[in-house]
Design a protein around this ligand. Structure first.
Ligand SMILES: Nc1ncnc2c1ncn2[C@@H]1O[C@H](COP(=O)(O)OP(=O)(O)O)[C@@H](O)[C@H]1O
Ligand SMILES: [Mg+2]
Length: 235
Protein backbone atom coordinates (compact mmCIF):
# COMPACT_ATOMS: atom_id res chain seq x y z
CA UNK A 1 0.00 0.00 0.00
CA UNK A 2 1.26 3.49 -0.85
CA UNK A 3 2.18 5.94 1.90
CA UNK A 4 0.16 9.09 2.25
CA UNK A 5 1.25 11.62 4.90
CA UNK A 6 -2.11 13.41 4.97
CA UNK A 7 -3.75 10.26 6.34
CA UNK A 8 -3.91 9.20 9.97
CA UNK A 9 -5.39 5.80 9.15
CA UNK A 10 -5.69 4.00 5.86
CA UNK A 11 -8.00 1.00 6.05
CA UNK A 12 -8.16 -1.45 3.17
CA UNK A 13 -10.34 -4.55 2.83
CA UNK A 14 -10.61 -4.91 6.60
CA UNK A 15 -12.44 -8.02 7.81
CA UNK A 16 -12.95 -9.05 11.44
CA UNK A 17 -14.85 -11.96 13.01
CA UNK A 18 -15.46 -13.02 16.58
CA UNK A 19 -15.48 -16.71 17.42
CA UNK A 20 -18.28 -17.81 19.70
CA UNK A 21 -17.80 -21.53 20.16
CA UNK A 22 -18.19 -22.97 16.68
CA UNK A 23 -19.94 -19.87 15.44
CA UNK A 24 -18.18 -17.07 13.57
CA UNK A 25 -19.67 -13.60 13.91
CA UNK A 26 -18.57 -11.31 11.11
CA UNK A 27 -18.42 -7.87 12.69
CA UNK A 28 -16.45 -6.09 9.91
CA UNK A 29 -17.01 -7.27 6.34
CA UNK A 30 -14.60 -5.53 3.99
CA UNK A 31 -14.07 -1.91 4.96
CA UNK A 32 -12.16 0.68 2.96
CA UNK A 33 -11.81 3.98 4.79
CA UNK A 34 -9.30 6.84 4.76
CA UNK A 35 -9.18 8.92 7.93
CA UNK A 36 -7.39 12.25 7.49
CA UNK A 37 -5.11 13.85 10.09
CA UNK A 38 -6.10 16.90 12.13
CA UNK A 39 -9.81 16.28 11.90
CA UNK A 40 -12.77 15.19 13.98
CA UNK A 41 -14.50 12.22 12.38
CA UNK A 42 -17.41 10.12 13.56
CA UNK A 43 -18.47 6.54 12.94
CA UNK A 44 -22.23 6.03 13.10
CA UNK A 45 -24.57 3.12 12.56
CA UNK A 46 -27.17 1.01 14.34
CA UNK A 47 -26.35 -1.15 17.33
CA UNK A 48 -24.29 -4.15 16.25
CA UNK A 49 -23.06 -2.55 13.00
CA UNK A 50 -19.40 -2.89 14.00
CA UNK A 51 -18.57 0.59 15.32
CA UNK A 52 -16.89 -0.53 18.55
CA UNK A 53 -15.06 -3.34 16.79
CA UNK A 54 -13.64 -0.91 14.24
CA UNK A 55 -12.62 1.53 16.99
CA UNK A 56 -10.94 -1.27 18.95
CA UNK A 57 -8.94 -2.22 15.87
CA UNK A 58 -7.91 1.42 15.35
CA UNK A 59 -6.93 1.59 19.04
CA UNK A 60 -4.82 -1.59 18.71
CA UNK A 61 -7.05 -3.41 21.18
CA UNK A 62 -8.30 -5.96 18.64
CA UNK A 63 -5.90 -7.36 16.02
CA UNK A 64 -6.05 -6.87 12.25
CA UNK A 65 -7.21 -10.33 11.16
CA UNK A 66 -7.63 -9.66 7.45
CA UNK A 67 -6.90 -6.68 5.27
CA UNK A 68 -4.57 -3.80 6.03
CA UNK A 69 -4.63 -0.87 8.44
CA UNK A 70 -1.92 1.78 8.25
CA UNK A 71 -1.56 4.10 11.24
CA UNK A 72 0.64 7.08 10.35
CA UNK A 73 1.94 4.97 7.45
CA UNK A 74 2.85 2.06 9.71
CA UNK A 75 1.16 -1.29 9.08
CA UNK A 76 -0.41 -2.18 12.43
CA UNK A 77 -0.90 -5.79 11.33
CA UNK A 78 2.90 -6.08 11.24
CA UNK A 79 3.54 -4.63 14.71
CA UNK A 80 4.73 -7.00 17.44
CA UNK A 81 3.19 -6.79 20.93
CA UNK A 82 5.93 -4.50 22.21
CA UNK A 83 5.46 -2.05 19.35
CA UNK A 84 1.68 -2.15 19.82
CA UNK A 85 2.01 -1.40 23.55
CA UNK A 86 4.35 1.50 22.85
CA UNK A 87 2.01 2.87 20.21
CA UNK A 88 -1.02 2.62 22.51
CA UNK A 89 0.86 4.20 25.38
CA UNK A 90 2.32 7.18 23.52
CA UNK A 91 0.24 7.73 20.38
CA UNK A 92 -3.36 6.94 21.26
CA UNK A 93 -5.57 8.61 23.87
CA UNK A 94 -8.79 6.86 24.91
CA UNK A 95 -12.06 8.21 26.28
CA UNK A 96 -15.02 6.04 27.22
CA UNK A 97 -18.75 6.26 27.76
CA UNK A 98 -18.29 5.44 31.47
CA UNK A 99 -15.17 7.66 31.86
CA UNK A 100 -12.95 4.95 33.45
CA UNK A 101 -11.37 7.21 36.06
CA UNK A 102 -9.61 5.79 39.11
CA UNK A 103 -12.07 6.48 41.97
CA UNK A 104 -9.53 6.85 44.80
CA UNK A 105 -7.47 9.46 42.93
CA UNK A 106 -8.24 13.17 42.54
CA UNK A 107 -8.76 14.71 39.09
CA UNK A 108 -5.17 15.89 39.08
CA UNK A 109 -3.83 12.52 40.23
CA UNK A 110 -5.85 10.73 37.56
CA UNK A 111 -4.08 12.77 34.87
CA UNK A 112 -0.70 12.55 36.58
CA UNK A 113 -0.87 8.79 37.13
CA UNK A 114 -1.19 8.08 33.42
CA UNK A 115 1.69 10.41 32.61
CA UNK A 116 3.94 8.88 35.25
CA UNK A 117 3.65 5.59 33.37
CA UNK A 118 5.28 7.32 30.41
CA UNK A 119 8.40 8.00 32.51
CA UNK A 120 8.51 11.71 31.70
CA UNK A 121 10.60 14.14 33.78
CA UNK A 122 8.72 15.48 36.85
CA UNK A 123 8.51 19.07 35.59
CA UNK A 124 7.13 17.87 32.25
CA UNK A 125 4.46 15.82 34.06
CA UNK A 126 3.55 18.84 36.21
CA UNK A 127 3.31 21.14 33.21
CA UNK A 128 1.27 18.77 31.06
CA UNK A 129 -1.12 17.98 33.92
CA UNK A 130 -1.78 21.64 34.56
CA UNK A 131 -2.08 22.56 30.87
CA UNK A 132 -4.52 19.75 30.11
CA UNK A 133 -6.73 20.39 33.17
CA UNK A 134 -6.74 24.11 32.31
CA UNK A 135 -7.72 23.43 28.72
CA UNK A 136 -10.81 21.46 29.76
CA UNK A 137 -11.71 24.11 32.36
CA UNK A 138 -11.19 21.87 35.40
CA UNK A 139 -8.10 23.27 37.07
CA UNK A 140 -10.10 24.66 40.00
CA UNK A 141 -11.62 21.21 40.59
CA UNK A 142 -8.28 19.39 40.47
CA UNK A 143 -8.41 18.29 44.12
CA UNK A 144 -11.79 16.57 43.76
CA UNK A 145 -12.28 12.84 43.40
CA UNK A 146 -14.53 11.45 40.64
CA UNK A 147 -17.42 10.94 43.12
CA UNK A 148 -17.41 14.70 43.77
CA UNK A 149 -17.65 15.57 40.07
CA UNK A 150 -20.62 15.61 37.67
CA UNK A 151 -20.71 13.33 34.62
CA UNK A 152 -19.58 16.14 32.34
CA UNK A 153 -16.73 17.03 34.68
CA UNK A 154 -15.64 13.39 34.86
CA UNK A 155 -15.53 13.21 31.09
CA UNK A 156 -13.44 16.39 31.08
CA UNK A 157 -10.92 14.75 33.42
CA UNK A 158 -10.82 11.78 31.05
CA UNK A 159 -10.21 14.14 28.12
CA UNK A 160 -7.47 15.93 30.09
CA UNK A 161 -5.88 12.57 30.80
CA UNK A 162 -6.01 11.66 27.11
CA UNK A 163 -4.63 14.97 25.80
CA UNK A 164 -1.85 15.12 28.41
CA UNK A 165 -0.28 12.20 26.56
CA UNK A 166 -0.07 14.45 23.49
CA UNK A 167 -1.23 11.54 21.36
CA UNK A 168 -1.54 11.43 17.59
CA UNK A 169 -5.22 10.59 17.98
CA UNK A 170 -7.97 10.55 20.61
CA UNK A 171 -10.39 7.68 20.22
CA UNK A 172 -13.77 7.62 21.97
CA UNK A 173 -16.50 4.96 21.99
CA UNK A 174 -19.75 6.90 22.44
CA UNK A 175 -18.15 9.33 24.92
CA UNK A 176 -21.28 11.49 25.27
CA UNK A 177 -23.82 8.66 25.45
CA UNK A 178 -24.20 8.75 29.24
CA UNK A 179 -24.45 12.57 29.37
CA UNK A 180 -27.45 14.81 28.83
CA UNK A 181 -27.64 16.71 25.53
CA UNK A 182 -26.32 20.02 26.84
CA UNK A 183 -23.39 18.43 28.69
CA UNK A 184 -22.66 16.29 25.64
CA UNK A 185 -22.55 19.43 23.57
CA UNK A 186 -20.05 21.03 25.97
CA UNK A 187 -17.83 17.96 25.65
CA UNK A 188 -18.06 18.17 21.85
CA UNK A 189 -17.12 21.89 21.97
CA UNK A 190 -13.97 20.95 23.91
CA UNK A 191 -13.04 18.20 21.47
CA UNK A 192 -13.75 20.41 18.44
CA UNK A 193 -11.58 23.16 19.90
CA UNK A 194 -8.72 20.71 20.43
CA UNK A 195 -8.86 19.78 16.78
CA UNK A 196 -9.10 23.41 15.61
CA UNK A 197 -6.36 24.75 17.91
CA UNK A 198 -3.88 21.93 18.29
CA UNK A 199 -4.48 20.12 15.03
CA UNK A 200 -5.32 17.04 17.11
CA UNK A 201 -7.25 14.16 15.59
CA UNK A 202 -10.38 12.77 17.18
CA UNK A 203 -12.36 9.67 16.16
CA UNK A 204 -15.68 8.96 17.87
CA UNK A 205 -18.44 6.43 17.49
CA UNK A 206 -21.94 7.77 18.03
CA UNK A 207 -25.67 7.34 17.64
CA UNK A 208 -26.27 11.03 18.06
CA UNK A 209 -26.75 13.52 15.22
CA UNK A 210 -25.59 16.29 17.57
CA UNK A 211 -22.19 14.58 17.83
CA UNK A 212 -22.07 14.01 14.07
CA UNK A 213 -22.71 17.71 13.48
CA UNK A 214 -19.23 18.44 14.91
CA UNK A 215 -17.49 16.06 12.51
CA UNK A 216 -15.86 16.99 9.22
CA UNK A 217 -16.58 13.48 8.04
CA UNK A 218 -18.98 10.74 9.13
CA UNK A 219 -18.71 7.07 8.19
CA UNK A 220 -22.01 5.24 8.48
CA UNK A 221 -21.79 1.48 9.02
CA UNK A 222 -24.40 -1.19 8.59
CA UNK A 223 -23.70 -4.90 9.12
CA UNK A 224 -19.95 -4.26 9.14
CA UNK A 225 -19.97 -2.40 5.85
CA UNK A 226 -19.62 1.26 4.95
CA UNK A 227 -22.94 2.39 3.50
CA UNK A 228 -22.54 6.14 3.55
CA UNK A 229 -19.69 8.61 3.77
CA UNK A 230 -20.58 12.16 4.50
CA UNK A 231 -18.06 14.94 4.03
CA UNK A 232 -18.66 18.37 5.33
CA UNK A 233 -16.72 21.58 5.51
CA UNK A 234 -17.24 23.43 8.75
CA UNK A 235 -16.97 27.20 8.69
N1 LIG B 1 -16.75 -9.92 22.23
C1 LIG B 1 -17.63 -10.30 21.29
N2 LIG B 1 -17.86 -11.62 21.04
C2 LIG B 1 -18.73 -12.01 20.10
N3 LIG B 1 -19.42 -11.18 19.30
C3 LIG B 1 -19.21 -9.84 19.49
C4 LIG B 1 -18.33 -9.35 20.48
N4 LIG B 1 -18.35 -8.00 20.43
C5 LIG B 1 -19.21 -7.67 19.45
N5 LIG B 1 -19.73 -8.77 18.87
C6 LIG B 1 -20.69 -8.80 17.75
O1 LIG B 1 -20.07 -8.15 16.64
C7 LIG B 1 -21.01 -7.33 15.94
C8 LIG B 1 -20.53 -5.88 15.98
O2 LIG B 1 -20.54 -5.43 17.31
P1 LIG B 1 -20.01 -3.99 17.76
O3 LIG B 1 -18.72 -3.72 17.08
O4 LIG B 1 -20.02 -3.96 19.23
O5 LIG B 1 -21.14 -3.03 17.15
P2 LIG B 1 -21.62 -1.57 17.62
O6 LIG B 1 -20.53 -0.95 18.40
O7 LIG B 1 -21.90 -0.88 16.33
O8 LIG B 1 -22.86 -1.77 18.41
C9 LIG B 1 -22.35 -7.56 16.63
O9 LIG B 1 -23.01 -8.58 15.92
C10 LIG B 1 -21.95 -8.03 18.02
O10 LIG B 1 -22.95 -8.83 18.58
MG1 LIG C 1 -20.56 -0.16 20.35
Amino acid sequence: MKNDDSLLYKIEELVFSYSLGKQQIEAIRGLNINIPRSSLVTISGPSGSGKSTLLNILGLIEPVQNGTVLFQNEDIGQMDEKRKNQTRKFQIGFIFQQFHLIPVLTAEENVRYFLSRQKLPQNEIKERTEDSLQSVGLWEHRMKKPSQLSGGQKQRVAIARAIAKQPAVIIGDEPTASLDQKTGQEIMEILAELVAKNKSSVILTTHDSMVQSYASQNFHLQDGRLVDELCKRRG
